[in-house]
Ligand binder design. Structure first.
Ligand code: C2E
Ligand code: SIN
Ligand code: SIN
Ligand code: SIN
Ligand code: FE
Ligand code: FE
Length: 393
């Protein structure tokens, strides 16, 4: 084996041999297990790149994904800190994606499709290139493997390397697609929840930090109840949706400056059922949690709440937590129909309602956590409530 005299930085070239079948199997088993457990897209991209590189002894290996909206290829490098983007049709890899076929190029500089721009910028010398497109479940192309320069004396990939990279693509491509879908779904869910929470908020003219405070109170109470950080975070994300059903309540009632008639109040109470009906059809965990709090945040511990009048622990803990967070905040806030209460009176009501409106255990936890809750109240204070409490309405 001759060492390339022009390439002092690549000692591996003179020492690497082809992988034995046993080594290949070990690499595939190890990596596909790791990739299957991974939930973050940038980690999957990195693991797949490393897998391809080790399998075929490439100097560099990159997993590119297609961003159709922006007509670009992108990838993340070195633990996902940086994202690299190139135009969709560019270079050998772009061509391979466009035609939906794998390519094996021995000398990139003899190929008109090669984009030498990168080499010029980095001082790297691309010689041999393999590209293998990934095909998604619906048959569309979602990205491609790109391997550059074989770490052997010749520096040139063989047909066998191509077959092995196709194998890697087949094994890891499914995980890649499912992680992409999962990220897409989660991003969509967060967006919908945020947007819906804002709609509910603006419809009932409860602007400012209102929704934010209830979220933060719920998080503190959930943790203090012994729920995991993950569960507390879920509750925090969805709690802005507890009043989403108010979108269906007429303005004349929602924004009525005075006390509601019995009839109007009956209509208003339907915001719980309506919110539940909107959300319950979803199979997604986050929206299921949202459905529970929309449905149960006005139930009371003694069974006198609505819409179902369920009692005690039959009310989901999420519902009991949101109930106390919601009332604590509603009382402290100005509404079209009422002034903001002073803190002393609010705490008095919460104590009085222990075992009636609220879960007594939760009232105890609430009082223990009060310093943290007040800190949140301070941090996200609304201007108009301030004015109100000092009496200049
Ligand atoms: P909201 O204003 O966010 O109030 C949420 C919950 O906080 C209320 O649920 C109630 O449990 C508690 N709360 C709020 N203000 C007071 C108060 O002055 N005194 C007492 N004891 N508790 C209070 P609730 O009663 O089921 O009301 C649900 C929603 O119906 C309210 O949400 C509000 O949007 C609307 N609403 C209730 N009463 C009236 C009213 O008299 N006029 C108008 N315009 N809307 C009302
Ligand atoms: C290509 O031209 O697409 C592969 C080589 C490179 O990107 O540097
Ligand atoms: C009601 O309007 O009957 C009760 C709502 C409230 O407590 O403000
Ligand atoms: C609402 O209940 O109307 C919004 C949240 C809150 O009042 O705390
Ligand atoms: Fe409500
Ligand atoms: Fe509310």
């Amino acid at each position: 084996m001759n060492k390339d005299p022009n390439d002092a930085d690549a000692p591996a070239r003179s020492t690497s041999n082809e992988r034995s079948p046993e080594e290949l199997l070990r690499i595939i088993f190890d990596y596909t297990a790791k990739i299957g457990r991974e939930r973050s897209l940038s980690s999957v991209l990195l693991l797949m790149a490393n897998m391809g590189r080790e399998m075929i002894l490439a100097d560099r290996c990159t997993v590119w994904l297609i961003d159709y909206a922006n007509q670009e290829l992108f990838t993340t490098v070195a633990h996902g800190v940086n994202e690299i983007r190139v135009p969709l049709g560019s270079g050998i890899v772009g061509h391979s994606i466009a035609i939906g076929e794998s390519l094996l190029i021995e000398d990139a500089y003899r190929d008109p499709r090669h984009n030498a721009e990168n080499d010029r910028r980095t001082g790297y010398r691309t010689q041999s290139v393999i590209t293998v497109p990934f095909v998604g479940n619906d048959g569309s192309i979602i990205g491609a493997y790109q391997a550059i320069n074989k770490l052997t004396a010749s520096g040139v990939f063989t047909g066998q390397d191509l077959e092995q990279l196709k194998l890697a693509a087949a094994y890891a491509g499914k995980s890649l697609e499912s992680v992409m879908l999962q990220e897409e779904i989660q991003a969509t869910q967060r967006e919908i929840i945020y947007t819906m929470g804002q709609i509910g908020e603006s419809r009932s003219k409860e602007t400012g930090y209102h929704v934010k405070r209830v979220s933060e109170y719920s998080y503190v109470l959930a943790l203090a109840c012994g729920l995991s950080v993950e569960e507390a975070e879920q509750l925090k994300i969805v709690s802005p949706m507890h009043d989403i059903g108010k979108v269906a309540i007429p303005d004349a009632i929602l924004q009525k400056p005075g006390k509601l008639t019995a009839e109007e109040y009956e209509l208003m109470k339907q915001h719980t059922d309506i919110g539940y009906q909107l959300l319950k059809a979803s199979g997604r965990q986050l929206l299921k949690t949202a459905a529970i709090i929309a449905y149960e945040h006005h139930e009371k511990w003694d069974g006198s709440g609505y819409p179902r009048g369920i009692r005690g622990e039959a009310i989901h803990l999420y519902g009991r937590i949101t109930a106390i967070a919601d009332v604590f905040d509603a009382l402290g806030s100005k509404r079209v129909y009422k002034r903001a209460w002073e803190l002393g009176r609010i705490l008095e009501l919460i104590r009085e309602e222990s075992g009636r409106h609220f879960d007594p255990q939760l009232v105890r936890i609430f009082m223990e956590q009060l310093p943290k809750l007040l800190e949140i109240r301070e941090r996200y204070r609304d201007e108009h409530d301030l004015t109100n409490e000092t009496g200049h309405l």
